[in-house]
Design a protein. Structure first.
Length: 718
């Protein structure tokens, strides 16, 4: 049985230091028939551990009437995780927040226990029932039973967003933990959120950080986020600021590793505040956390979803229940790496840059110490100073310091100063890089004294991505050196005989090791896949890709009427069925395929009062999926079919159309009613939108375009 533990620096897996990536998906917010596909896509993105809340109101909306069916079937979801070879952290509440009605509490509970989240025996009795019911669903699926559940999170933001503080709060957390253990939750790791003064009850604290704050009550641009600064500070004071300003932390940082469970994989917009999370927003924040000593990248959310139907009320967070925020009734897309319909966006690629690296080199990274130069800026509003950090440790066998330098010149929504001819050097580490230019938006980390097989890479101006059977090492050029850049495949011998502007080796014992250098754009679209025989490949494609089995069967999803091109290293021995070989590109074999077909759509518009109503009729389809894409200008939009609300959208700008995938509604013909509410010019004083449209009058309510398409899939057998 695999073992898990931790010390003050990192987690351990089977006695080795472990730097995992964790991603959140809420099973009850996603159709059960697509759970396996979702988990496999998360795995392809580099997620090692699936995390999920058990949302109480989704299971016991009416007292003593439990529902574990359909999308609420927790046991089936955990079994899917096991089938896919993944691990799980189960976040069992009782309170979860999660942009859910009452933070996940059923209405009846708040009437029965108005003192919920206190040390009330009546409240504890109800929580015990929740824990007992939850455990019955996952009984036999703990790690000790051969299951995937390696950890349990108790409560959420307790003492920060409500709950108790001080000794009473600590006692509450300890009581819940013992209750969970008593009902049967026996796992290696018990965690608690640690930010904003939350009490942890002695559990393993996990931290968070978001690139913006949709819950912030202001309707203006807010100050630069500190989550792009290298710092020893683990606390993000902005999380949950709608519930109270965070203060400090309550645990001893010297006793626990720096782990995160809530790095925002995106942002869930509210009607009040509508910031847009982009790929580099999340990539830059992730880099800053790694450079600050973090040893678990945990993303909330990694996969978006849709609120299930309630029996008594809708289930979204809204002001009618005391929250200061109103959210979409159905849509929980979160602009996550995998969105509401399971489709990857730019953030998926940004995170994958780090997860690919960590899968091959994370054990070493987890054992390094963090050194942040004293001259490093501590305030996010310092946009002129260069932000750097170092992580390294001493090699016991050779005595050299080995590690990485981190550079983050990216600050969301703000322009950073350019820096020319920067020499990155560290006297203690004994490393002196050649000069680089660092421009606004640049973010990267570079290795020194890095093992490339039996060779020592003294330094490199390319960032390591992964290795292939330890016979080839893949890098991508993120820094900006002068001189020659190696593109594609080279050997260590080729590099040492040429211009040393990107790689500098000072020890060579195997000159035949291959070095593959990608552009950053290609690295964002890179996937490491394994054939059934164990041979490893790099696939580069902008198609959605995941491995259907644990290894050997690759699925590519792409739009019809568009050519799908795949760069592969090393080349296939045989051209896959349905593909044709196109060319060799810097050592990569390039193959292409395609598919035809269009989705026929009829549409009409009319006005009903202030609303614009769009009727869209779509034909039946047989392909993998189909979509309609509505670019509208308005305050919000709602999708109905047969009188039922199926999805909704909050307007965030004309740059971001609303794309609705149809497979989950069935592959037959559809007739949708789409209602669009007007956006008022007067809302500028009460709502925040990054880019407002131009108003000719008092309001805007229009459809700018309506597109449709089909998505197909092809299989590559390795």
């Amino acid at each position: 049985m695999t073992s898990y533990s931790f010390d003050s620096k990192s987690l351990f897996k089977d006695g080795k230091r472990w730097f995992p990536v964790m991603g959140e998906i809420h099973y009850s917010r996603y159709p059960e028939q697509y759970w396996k596909e979702a988990v496999l896509k998360m795995k392809e993105g580099g997620v090692d551990v699936i995390s999920s809340y058990v949302i109480w109101i989704h299971h016991e909306e009416e007292e003593n009437k439990w529902d574990w069916s359909g999308c609420r079937n927790l046991r089936k979801f955990v079994e899917v995780i096991k089938e896919c070879g993944m691990s799980m952290l189960l976040r069992i509440g009782p309170w979860v927040h999660a942009e859910v009605r009452n933070g996940g509490f059923p209405d009846w509970l708040l009437k029965k226990c108005p003192d919920a989240r206190t040390n009330s025996e009546a409240y504890f009795a109800e929580v015990k029932k929740l824990y007992e019911e939850t455990f019955e669903q996952v009984k036999g699926l703990m790690l000790k039973d051969g299951g995937p559940i390696i950890g349990v999170q108790i409560e959420n933001e307790f003492g920060h967003c409500g709950g108790l503080w001080g000794e009473e709060g600590e006692l509450h957390m300890k009581r819940l933990t013992q209750m969970a253990k008593d009902v049967g939750f026996d796992v290696p790791l018990y965690t608690a959120t640690g930010w904003g003064g939350a009490v942890t009850g002695g559990l393993l604290p996990v931290m968070g950080g978001y690139c913006e704050a949709p819950w912030d009550p202001r309707a203006t641009e807010i100050e630069p986020s500190v989550n792009y600064v290298f710092t020893y500070e683990r606390n993000d004071h902005g999380i949950g600021s709608d519930y109270g300003l965070g203060e400090g932390i309550t645990f001893d940082m010297n006793k626990f590793p720096y782990l995160t469970a809530e790095l925002g994989g995106g942002l869930q917009v509210t009607y009040k505040r509508r910031p847009v999370a982009r790929g580099k927003d999340i990539g830059g924040m992730s880099l800053a956390k790694m450079g600050s000593g973090c040893n678990l990248l945990g993303y909330y959310m990694y996969h978006g979803g849709c609120n299930p139907e309630g029996k008594l009320t809708t289930l979204e967070e809204n002001t009618s229940t005391g929250s200061i925020n109103d959210l979409p009734v159905k849509n929980y897309d979160f602009r996550a790496p995998l969105g509401e319909y399971g489709k990857p966006n730019a953030t998926y690629g940004e995170i994958k840059l780090y997860s690919l690296f960590l899968h091959d080199f994370g054990e070493f990274m987890a054992g390094t110490d963090t050194y942040i130069p004293e001259e490093n800026p501590v305030d996010a509003d310092n946009l002129t100073a260069l932000r750097t950090s170092w992580r390294y440790s001493e090699c016991k066998s050779c005595g050299k310091k080995k590690g990485f330098v981190f550079v983050n010149n990216y600050q969301r929504r703000y322009k950073m100063a350019d820096h020319r001819n920067v020499v990155l050097k560290n006297a203690d580490a004994g490393v002196d890089f050649t000069a680089v230019d660092v421009f606004d938006g640049d973010m990267f980390f570079l290795p020194f004294n890095f093992a490339v097989g039996k060779n020592n890479l003294a330094w490199s101006l390319a960032t390591p991505l992964c290795s292939l059977n330890e016979k080839a090492f893949v890098f991508y050029s993120a820094a900006r050196p002068a001189g020659k850049l190696f593109a594609g495949e080279s050997s260590v011998r080729d590099i040492t005989d040429a211009d040393k502007t990107l790689y500098c080796f000072d020890k060579i014992e195997d000159a035949g090791i291959k070095i593959i250098t990608l552009t950053r754009d290609d690295a964002l679209n890179a996937h490491k896949v394994k054939a059934g025989c164990g041979k490893e490949f790099i696939f580069i494609t902008d198609a959605a890709l995941y491995q259907e089995k644990l290894e050997g069967k690759i699925l590519l999803h792409f739009e019809t009427e568009k050519e799908c091109e795949v760069k592969v290293y090393p080349a296939f021995e045989n051209i896959p069925a349905g593909f044709e070989y196109v060319r060799n590109e810097n050592g990569f074999a390039v193959y292409k395929t395609g598919a035809s077909g269009k989705l026929a759509v009829e549409s009409s518009e009319k006005t009903e009062g202030e609303k614009l109503v769009l009727t869209v009729k779509t034909e039946a389809f047989e392909s993998e999926d189909a979509f309609i894409e509505i670019n509208y200008t308005g305050n919000c939009a709602r999708l109905y079919e047969g009188g039922m609300l199926k999805d909704d959208s909050i307007y965030i700008g004309e740059e971001f159309p609303w794309r609705i995938y149809l497979k989950r509604f069935g592959k037959g013909a559809h007739e949708f009613r789409i209602e669009i509410d007007p956006l008022l010019a007067s809302q500028k004083t009460v709502n925040f939108i990054e880019t407002w449209p131009d108003f000719a009058g008092d309001s805007l309510c229009r459809v700018n375009s309506l597109l449709s398409g089909l998505e197909t899939s092809v299989t590559v057998e390795l």
